[in-house]
Design a binder for this molecule. Structure first.
Ligand SMILES: [Mn+2]
Length: 201
């Protein structure tokens, strides 16, 4: 189960707030020749307008996926001016160099599970910057660059998932299992929710 691409195996679970049809939490996974772009967008609030902001961001990313994350955030910021705005986390995994770059603006949490020098499973949480894409961007900072390896797990989650999910070790479950566990244990039902789990391969 889940979706298998060349570089990653991933699963996504999402659910709109009860009573809403449209979900303001959306994602994009786009595999390209040299890299894979992963993004999770939380359109502000919930319902139609949140979903519209999220869809607008995803369309911009999809059309410009080859650009750097700095450029993608700038394009999204410009394109979301007439919307409510969104929290966005993007990750780009590069095939040749075994690195990823990432940037988080707003509160979509990112976690990177990997094996450290002492062969221990280690969690690194993404550095998050305050702001709302489409409304107010933080002062420009260098894009984060991280070494990654086969077997590493990336988890991206919106604030409809309680942040305690971060400290739960995913161990070696497959992405679909991890996503199901997180969603069933940490879904807070006051908002749209989305979790994306990707394993590097
Ligand atoms: Mn939210």
């Amino acid at each position: 189960v889940g979706t298998c691409l060349k570089q990653i195996h991933y699963e996504v679970i999402s659910e709109a707030l009860a009573g809403e049809i449209a979900c303001g939490d959306q994602y994009l996974v786009k595999e390209m020749e040299d890299s894979t772009l992963l993004a999770v967008v939380d359109g502000l609030g919930h319902g139609e307008e949140a979903a519209y902001a999220a869809k607008t961001a995803l369309a911009i990313m999809d059309a410009n996926a080859h650009q750097s994350l700095a450029t993608l955030f700038q394009l999204c910021h410009e394109g979301l001016q007439s919307t409510r705005g969104a929290a966005i986390t993007m990750v780009k995994l590069y095939k040749s160099e075994r690195i990823m770059t990432y940037k988080c603006i707003g509160n979509v949490i990112g976690v990177h599970w990997h094996i450290d020098e002492r062969s221990n499973l280690k969690r690194d949480s993404f550095f998050m910057e305050g702001g709302i894409v489409g409304y107010r961007l933080p002062a420009p900072k260098p894009i984060k660059e991280v070494v990654v390896g086969i077997g590493d797990t990336l988890i991206l989650a919106t604030d409809g998932i309680k942040k305690q999910f971060e400290i739960e070790t995913p161990a070696w479950d497959l992405p679909d299992k991890i996503a199901q566990k997180i969603f069933s244990r940490f879904h807070n039902k006051n908002d749209d929710a989305l979790v994306l789990v990707a394993r590097l391969q």
